[in-house]
Ligand binder design. Structure first.
Ligand SMILES: *[C@@H]1O[C@H](CO)[C@@H](O)[C@H](O)[C@H]1NC(C)=O
Ligand SMILES: *[C@@H]1O[C@H](CO)[C@@H](O)[C@H](O)[C@H]1NC(C)=O
Ligand SMILES: *[C@@H]1O[C@H](CO)[C@@H](O)[C@H](O)[C@H]1NC(C)=O
Ligand SMILES: *[C@@H]1O[C@H](CO)[C@@H](O)[C@H](O)[C@H]1NC(C)=O
Ligand SMILES: *[C@@H]1O[C@H](CO)[C@@H](O)[C@H](O)[C@H]1NC(C)=O
Ligand SMILES: *[C@@H]1O[C@H](CO)[C@@H](O)[C@H](O)[C@H]1NC(C)=O
Length: 815
């Protein structure tokens, strides 16, 4: 993970906290604490109080010198932040580990002996060090402040005799925003420097001059804003810059509002839970909720679901990779400057020179980018032209080339904000002197491949064009069985069986929109009740068992109980909430989740008409019109996942069993996002090592190539050809006394030979499902076959993208 805390700044285990003074050590102390706490405060202890009078002080040596809020939620006093180094701060009284939410002197600790905090006779509150130097003070000297009080909200206030607040700690936040504390113009949250450190770091939350609430990395070398997503304009990101009131707060129910129209909710929204919004040292912002029984915090919202999208994490030239936690790494030809401080990044192992004599080579890093610092942005442009731009410009250190659609070319003058994730479609080509040695073997270790296969990143050899993909042949279709046989595949069709719904409002949603508000966390008890103790099983898949349920508001749901591979509370929440935000009429909606102990459940909308396989390979088969509708809807869903979602998602297991049909036979794709979820949680190659289903899996899986969205295109191709043919093309057949071959191979061969020799209409008759009795649109059938064949191309670069599939199909949709 990111910089480890230095030993000097570790939080000591013996904390100066009334809990530990009054009770035996953990683990039983917490229980005892709750029992004795009330008496502790009713039998007034002269030292434990909620206010400090004018003219009095709290001393650092005094272990019971605290202010405690009337409801005991918060404590204010000296907190040890290093060896003999103390800060004056406010923390939650009832959390297991001390959770500091505010500190007066985060960058100027005071001595553990002789320091004190005093409310002086002139009205100022002053923190003095042992040498009597002033470490911190309020701006209330020469006022009539008479007391300092700690309120139930965690706000430390200075009041005059009339009770008017002249100063409050809520006006000077550190890295935490508490419920009812406001963030306004001129205020900001500033992260800690590293895990466990209170010193000021580099990440800021503040209202920019455009009135938009942002997260920005403001480091020694660069500043770069990363939230909201800088690739989107303010409105697309759901914000506005018209409201100049610049006002944001978290309410007691866990709802966050901001004047730039940002709104979100903690997943456990409701009263009675203690929460805090913290800008963490890793640049991410999270809401934490306190479990009042265990005293532990859990994450109930996160700003940046993909940690590597935070800018500035790995310094100059550094690259953030998922391993599977976000980790910093140096690209080939570079080495880390200080492994304990990634802010310094990586330095080149070579001397850059602009002389013509220096021979230059480009090293390819797949799925990698460095955000910003573009010398030049050009499109459309060929790869060679892009390379020449970088070659000619002495200041160019690398270029990024994206091949989605037309060629995009970004020449980079500096390498910052590097990240590597398998769902990024571009590649970086590092410009290195010809004599720099680049390791032959894989550079970034197995990382956050979205599908859980052994996806790897290759470092390009000196020849940029010699990629493994080119060597792959049609051989695959014939050797696939053996290649894949080595790998254990769990194949259970997820049977979403027939049953009736209880008047679900037919959502007439136009396409997609974000719906975070309807997504929520369920308790296990709630789901147990909804599913009548998990009695009505709808089906089983490799990721878990699906049960039918009815919520208290009478919504019918499908509840999926995930297997053991899904662990890790925080990550799980982050991923699930990403999936929960995805909303498209052709995707099965996720309504929420449950995460308690080791239990992980997902709650989905219930889709009435079961899955496509039941309507295609069975007796009561779909007519052509419905088939074409399903083909288009499925393509739209996948195109949305691949190209339009804020977080790109590869499905990894597209097959008829995962395409559900509603009452109008409009398709809804199920189980998206799960591949990613499974992989995040599992420590190593687990059960779900390969997702996907035999017969629908792209050759990349067997060839051990990096997994991209093109695996879904392949599976989709098989599915639409099956819809044309009306049988499972993924089955194997024995042709005469020859070897086994896939129905698909046979089908492709049939189409290719017929197509060349005959008029269009006649070959179609032979290829299309005979059960339709000729009742189908010839142009649509021809398009589906053409698109299907293109989708199952062996070379994935030749496959269409889902975007273009949608285009082609929509063109021949019935008017
Ligand atoms: C102290 O500073 C705060 C802003 O940080 C301001 O709102 C407040 O009025 C000041 N108080 C006095 C007494 O000057
Ligand atoms: C921060 O450090 C603590 C222990 O000091 C550790 O338990 C925790 O997991 C660390 N957090 C991260 C995000 O690495
Ligand atoms: C601006 O934001 C504030 C605070 O959220 C709100 O009260 C006010 O109505 C907003 N003004 C407009 C014009 O939307
Ligand atoms: C503990 O939290 C629950 C909500 O999670 C709340 O209903 C309950 O009142 C809390 N108990 C105490 C003692 O605060
Ligand atoms: C880079 O140049 C410096 C002096 O200009 C020299 O000391 C160093 O050895 C050179 N490094 C390499 C890798 O050539
Ligand atoms: C990758 O794995 C190898 C061996 O498993 C290890 O030596 C190396 O440090 C790892 N590299 C990174 C960047 O984690």
């Amino acid at each position: 993970m990111f910089p480890k805390p230095s030993s000097l700044l570790l939080i000591p285990s013996t904390m100066k906290n009334p809990i530990h003074l009054a009770t035996p050590p953990l683990p039983c102390s917490i229980i005892v604490y709750f029992l004795i706490l009330p008496s502790l405060f009713t039998h007034t202890n002269s030292k434990i109080q909620n206010h400090l009078e004018r003219g009095s002080s709290l001393y650092v040596e005094d272990d019971s010198a605290f202010l405690i809020s009337p409801d005991t939620s918060f404590t204010c006093g000296f907190h040890e932040i290093g060896k003999n180094a103390y800060g004056f701060g406010i923390w939650f009284t009832h959390s297991k580990n001390r959770t500091v939410v505010w500190m007066a002197n985060r960058d100027r600790p005071v001595n553990g002996k002789g320091s004190k905090i005093s409310l002086l006779g002139d009205g100022a509150m002053v923190l003095t060090d042992v040498d009597r130097s002033i470490a911190w003070e309020t701006n209330t000297s020469n006022t009539d402040v008479v007391s300092a009080e700690l309120l139930n909200s965690g706000n430390l206030v200075l009041k005059n005799p009339q009770g008017k607040i002249l100063w409050q700690s809520f006006d000077l936040p550190t890295d935490t925003l508490l419920p009812s504390q406001t963030l306004t113009k001129g205020k900001k949250l500033l992260s800690g420097l590293r895990n466990g450190s209170f010193a000021s770091g580099y990440f800021n939350l503040y209202f920019g001059s455009d009135n938009v609430l942002r997260l920005i990395y403001d480091g020694p070398e660069i500043s770069s804003s990363y939230w909201p997503n800088p690739d989107l304009d303010v409105y697309t990101a759901g914000r506005t810059n018209y409201n100049s009131s610049r006002f944001a707060f978290l309410d007691d129910m866990g709802r966050f509002y901001s004047s730039d129209r940002l709104q979100f909710n903690a997943s456990d929204m409701g009263f009675g839970v203690k929460r805090r919004l913290k800008l963490d040292y890793d640049g991410n912002m999270r809401i934490y909720s306190l479990n009042n029984l265990t005293g532990e915090w859990s994450i109930s919202w996160v700003a940046v679901t993909q940690q590597c999208n935070v800018h500035g994490l790995c310094g100059r030239n550094g690259v953030c990779v998922y391993a599977p936690e976000a980790t910093c790494s140096c690209p080939p030809g570079y080495e880390v400057i200080d492994p304990r401080d990634w802010n310094q990044g990586c330095k080149p192992k070579f001397n850059r020179s602009c002389s013509d004599s220096q021979e230059v080579k480009f090293v390819e890093l797949l799925n990698t980018d460095f955000y910003g610092f573009d010398l030049n942005f050009t499109r459309p442009i060929s790869f060679n032209a892009c390379r020449d731009i970088c070659l000619m410009d002495c200041h160019c250190e690398a270029f990024n080339y994206r091949i989605t659609g037309e060629g995009f070319c970004f020449a980079k003058s500096a390498l910052f904000n590097g990240f590597h994730t398998t769902n990024f479609p571009g590649r970086i080509y590092l410009k290195l002197p010809g004599n720099v040695k680049v390791p032959e073997q894989i550079f970034f270790n197995r990382s956050n491949s979205i599908c859980s296969a052994e996806a790897e990143v290759e470092v390009g050899s000196t020849s940029l064009y010699d990629t493994k993909e080119k060597r792959a042949r049609w051989v695959y279709l014939y050797s696939f069985a053996t290649a894949i046989g080595v790998v254990e595949i769990l194949f259970f069709a997820i049977g979403w069986l027939f049953f009736r719904s209880h008047g679900l409002p037919d959502t007439v949603e136009a396409g997609y929109r974000m719906i975070s508000s309807q997504f929520r966390r369920f308790s296990y008890g709630e789901l147990k009740k909804a599913t009548k103790k998990f009695t009505e099983e709808l089906g089983r898949g490799s990721s878990g068992v699906v049960y039918k349920g009815v919520l208290t508001d009478e919504r019918a749901v499908a509840v999926k109980r995930l297997g053991d591979a899904f662990q890790g509370e925080g990550e799980f929440w982050a991923e699930v909430s990403t999936i929960g935000k995805i909303n498209h009429m052709n995707l099965v909606r996720m309504w929420g989740f449950c995460s308690e102990g080791r239990r992980r459940l997902l709650v989905y909308e219930y889709v009435e008409n079961s899955s496509l396989d039941k309507h295609l390979f069975a007796e009561n088969f779909l007519q052509w019109k419905e088939r074409f509708k399903v083909a288009i809807g499925t393509a739209k869903a996948l195109a949305y996942l691949h190209h339009e979602c804020l977080e790109w998602v590869i499905h990894c297991d597209v097959k008829p069993e995962n395409i559900l049909l509603d009452t109008d036979f409009e398709p809804k794709v199920a189980d998206f996002g799960l591949a990613k979820l499974a992989q995040r949680g599992s420590p190593g190659p687990a059960l779900t090592r390969v997702r996907g289903t035999k017969g629908y899996m792209a050759p990349e899986w067997a060839l051990n190539l990096p997994i991209t969205a093109k695996v879904d295109v392949y599976s989709y191709g098989v599915v639409i050809l099956e819809m044309v043919r009306g049988i499972r093309l993924s089955n194997w057949v024995v042709e005469d006394d020859k070897e086994e071959e896939a129905e698909l191979t046979r089908f492709v061969r049939a189409v290719k030979t017929k197509n060349q020799n005959e008029e269009e209409s006649s070959w179609l008759e032979e290829v299309v499902d005979p059960r339709l009795g000729g009742q189908f649109s010839k142009s649509q059938a021809a398009t589906l076959v053409r698109v299907g064949l293109s989708c199952i191309e062996e070379d994935r670069n030749k496959r269409l993208t889902m975007d273009s599939v949608v285009q082609l199909l929509v063109e021949c949709e019935d008017a």
